[in-house]
Design a protein around this ligand. Structure first.
Ligand code: C2E
Ligand code: MG
Ligand code: MG
Length: 842
């Protein structure tokens, strides 16, 4: 995910989390607040309601008392209309009288022995009705008959009069009545007028608490129901009264007194009602009733009185929930709006970071493609601005660096392909150019000519006049060659030393020959060097592509050999290559040999050197063996002279030395021996003596071969070539700690005094003298001399080419113990040598 998206996402998620948390907290707090507020409201409401109920109750009691008084007035009117003895009164008379005084009925109560009963009445149910079981009512009747003021603690007591509270009629529980009882001692009965049902209940309906509650329920939002519970009876079994053959529930025992009870939940409500009364505190709960989520609140009232009651308020909780939902919706909407704004801001913000980064990345990509000239233009003062400035500085530095690099590359390339002295193309350039030209000529079917040119007598001038002059001369020569070729499609290169090669495109043999001659003529003109007139000559060899060969290496070699031929013919000549079987073979060997050396295909064969007295192998001579894929086995007698002529002898020596050192080190380590190994050094190698010394030093170091076990064999002829030089080279070699032996000793003409000064270790008697030793011990003079010479010079002596037992015997007898020859072993490969060694050790 990109930083841009990541930043926006992180911002948004963080804000989202904050908003959700905030909303949740807010929601919970709102809910609590709302609920608390509601509870407080409901409590206040209940208090207010209780006050109203109380007031209404008082009001209705007042009105009830007025009715009580009216019933007394009616009672007095009735007494005045009736005789003193009830027996003189008929029920019908009472019916008429009731109508007259506007009461529902009139009953006359009289004493019996142990009861007070209804004796006459306009209501047939009341006749013969016993009142003994009526509790305080009965007490009140007795007090009236005793002409005492009634003090039963309930109802209205006036003179000779008592009005009971409104109650269900026990004589006929279908009705609710208000009774008055009058007795002034003038009659034998209590006058009992009463009002029934509507007349009683109407005022209750108009002035009583029920009316107040209904009004509240209708007018207060959310209030579903109001109930005034009777905690004594609510939730309990009905308190049924059995009186006068009837059964009913007294008003005071009703489970609730006012209001409605439609949201019924008796068990739970009863618990809460009891709890409220007991604790004197409001309680509430939430539940679903009649498909409404409601909150029911119970407020205890008048708990210290005899008749405590509980106001129940059923509140529509959906209103709270709706309120909360509304609030939540508003929050969510505002959150979405905030989120959107945050998203927008975070996108703008992250864009302000990532946009410049993108610009910088594009710019860096540009730089990586090598466009250094552009500059970043970020007008910012922050880290990104800093980065942009640094990138600019970097790209500027890189530009300079790349320019320098390009220049130095050009210089290196130029140097790699040009000769520093003449500024002419060098050998490498030539090879590539030749390949290029040949490829083109193959397409155009044209020819390519090679002129191989070597300056005659240059070595002489170099040696006699010094290298400085030699260099000046080479420069002049190259200028002259160039001037001759200015009109030709050609390339001239310095091949090395005093050799030049010219490549000519599409030229006939005659034309190339005449150009060669032209150059020779030009070069023959005198040169003035340090005031001296100098003359040189040049030999040119020409080969043609594809006429002579299609192989480029061979093509140059052919031109070289033709040049060689020109030299042979006295120099200052142009010779065109002519196929010659002998030269060809030699060239083929040279080419193959070069390849074999590079690919390390030459093998080392080991010829043991023994102490013939003990028959112990004390060392080996490493001899080169070459079995070529094309040429088959080539004898050292053939390839050694060729390698000497072509300069391949030094690399060949290095290969032999390294291979035999590695092999001998392994044998010595494995067999715990100190065998020596010798390698032949050719006289040619002394021409570059420094190279020879360095190469031996390197080989010893790189293979960690003990120097005292390494030996070089040089022929006596080598010693005689260049005496002063050779001595110093031998001394340098001795310093490396190696041994030097003189090979084929006796065939040259070394003087004794001379030998004495040489740092040599071993004389190898040439095999021709060993061959001379005859069975009868004759013809041994030279061998004898060499042995005694070695002895007197304190040199070791070794006899080469020992083939016969008698030769060995003779040599042993004459104290020449170290021998090498077919008698012991031919030169053999490493595996064969190992077998021979192990057999010999047994
Ligand atoms: P050399 O150094 O004198 O080596 C001894 C030659 O005599 C070897 O011939 C060997 O096989 C041969 N020889 C040894 N014992 C006997 C014997 O009992 N009877 C006869 N008839 N011959 C014996 P090879 O290997 O053919 O080498 C010939 C020459 O080639 C060597 O003469 C050496 O001068 C040269 N040569 C060989 N390998 C190398 C080399 O790696 N570097 C140089 N510069 N020259 C080498
Ligand atoms: Mg040898
Ligand atoms: Mg030899």
């Amino acid at each position: 995910m990109s930083i841009k998206n990541k930043l926006s996402l992180i911002f948004t998620v963080v804000v989202l989390i904050i908003l959700v948390a905030n909303n949740a907290i807010h929601y919970i707090r709102s809910k609590n607040n709302l609920v608390n507020y509601n509870e407080r409201e409901i409590s206040l409401l209940a208090e207010e309601l209780s006050y109203q109920v109380e007031t209404a109750k008082e009001g209705s009691l007042y009105v009830e008392n007025i009715i009580g008084r009216e019933l007394r007035t009616a009672s007095i009117a009735i007494r005045n209309s009736l005789p003193a003895n009830y027996e003189d009164i008929s029920n019908e008379q009472l019916i008429e009288l009731a109508k007259e005084v506007m009461v529902s009925h009139i009953t006359l109560l009289a004493k019996t022995d142990n009861d007070i009963i209804g004796v006459k009445s306009s209501d047939p149910h009341e006749i013969d009705m016993s009142t003994k079981g009526w509790g305080y009512w009965y007490d009140a009747f007795q007090q009236l008959f005793d002409e005492k003021p009634v003090d039963v603690g309930i109802g209205l007591t006036l003179e000779d009069y008592w009005a009971g509270p409104i109650e269900v009629a026990s004589s006929n529980p279908d009705h609710t009545d208000k009774w008055g009882y009058y007795y002034d001692g003038t009659t034998n009965y209590i006058i009992n007028p009463y009002l029934r049902d509507n007349e009683v209940l109407e005022f209750e309906m108009r002035f009583g608490p029920g009316n107040v509650m209904e009004e509240w329920t209708n007018n207060l939002e959310g209030v579903l129901e109001l109930t005034v519970f009777n905690p004594k009876n609510f939730g309990k079994a009905d308190e049924v009264v059995h009186l006068n053959g009837n059964q009913y529930i007294r008003i005071s025992s009703l489970p609730y007194w006012y209001g409605t009870y439609d949201y019924m939940n008796e068990e739970v409500d009863s618990e809460h009602i009891q709890m409220a009364v007991k604790s004197g505190k409001t309680t509430s709960y939430i539940d679903t009733l009649n498909n409404h989520l409601v909150q029911k609140t119970f407020v205890p009232m008048a708990i210290d009185s005899d008749d405590p009651y509980v106001i129940g308020l059923t509140y529509n909780y959906d209103l709270i929930q709706n309120e909360l939902n509304k609030e939540l919706k508003e929050y969510i909407l505002s959150s979405i709006a905030i989120m959107f704004i945050v998203l927008l801001i975070s996108m703008v913000f992250s864009n302000s970071i990532t946009k410049p980064i993108e610009i910088i990345i594009d710019h860096v990509n540009d730089i990586s493609k090598g466009n250094f000239d552009k500059r970043l233009r970020l007008k910012r003062k922050d880290e990104l601005g800093n980065l942009a400035r640094n990138v600019n500085a970097l790209s500027k530095d890189l530009e300079t660096y790349m320019d320098d690099l390009k220049k130095s590359q050009e210089v290196i390339e130029y140097q790699a392909y040009h000769d520093p002295l003449t500024t002419l193309p060098n050998r490498r350039f030539l090879q590539e150019k030749l390949l290029d030209m040949v490829e083109k000529s193959a397409v155009n079917q044209s020819t390519v000519a090679v002129i191989f040119m070597d300056i005659d007598r240059f070595k002489h001038i170099n040696d006699s006049m010094g290298h400085g002059i030699g260099d000046t001369l080479i420069k002049m020569i190259s200028e002259r060659i160039k001037s001759c070729l200015s009109f030709h499609d050609s390339v001239v290169a310095r091949h090395g030393g005093d050799e030049f090669i010219i490549l000519l495109n599409d030229s006939s043999e005659q034309r190339v020959e005449s150009i060669g001659k032209e150059i020779i003529t030009e070069l023959k003109q005198p040169y003035y060097l340090q005031g001296t007139e100098v003359y040189i000559g040049a030999s040119c060899g020409i080969s043609l592509y594809p006429e002579h060969t299609k192989d480029l290496e061979t093509l140059i070699m052919y031109a070289d050999s033709a040049m060689y031929e020109a030299k042979k013919q006295g120099g200052n000549k142009v010779v065109i290559y002519r196929p010659n079987a002998h030269i060809n073979k030699r060239l083929q060997i040279e080419t193959r040999l070069r390849k074999a050396i590079i690919e390390e295909k030459l093998e080392v064969y080991y010829q043991p050197k023994l102490n013939a007295k003990t028959n112990e192998i004390i060392g080996v001579e490493g001899l080169a063996r070459w079995n070529d894929e094309e040429l088959g086995f080539v004898s050292p007698a053939t390839f050694i002279p060729i390698s000497e002529e072509t300069g391949l002898i030094q690399p060949l020596f290095e290969l032999m030395m390294r291979k035999s050192m590695i092999q001998m080190k392994e044998w010595n380590d494995r067999f715990a021996k100190n065998m020596t190994v010798s390698v032949n050094v050719s006289p040619r190698q002394f021409l570059d003596s420094q190279n020879l010394v360095d190469s031996i030093k390197n080989a010893i170091e790189s293979t960690s071969f003990p120097s005292e076990l390494f030996e070089i064999e040089i022929t006596e002829g080598t010693l005689l070539q260049n005496t002063v030089d050779t001595i110093s080279v031998l001394q340098a070699l001795k310093k490396l700690g190696i041994k030097i032996s003189i090979d084929d000793f006796g065939t040259g003409y070394s003087s004794l005094s001379y030998l004495k000064h040489l740092p040599i270790d071993i004389l190898k008697i040439d095999q021709s003298f060993i061959k001379d030793i005859q069975e009868d011990g004759l013809n041994t003079e030279i061998t004898d001399v060499i042995i005694s010479l070695a002895k007197s010079l304190k040199l070791k002596v070794l006899a080469e080419g020992v083939e016969e037992e008698y030769q060995k015997e003779y040599l042993l007898k004459n104290q020449c113990y170290v021998m090498q020859g077919y008698l012991f072993s031919k030169p053999i490969n490493a595996i064969e040598f190992e077998m021979l060694f192990l057999k010999n050790e047994k």
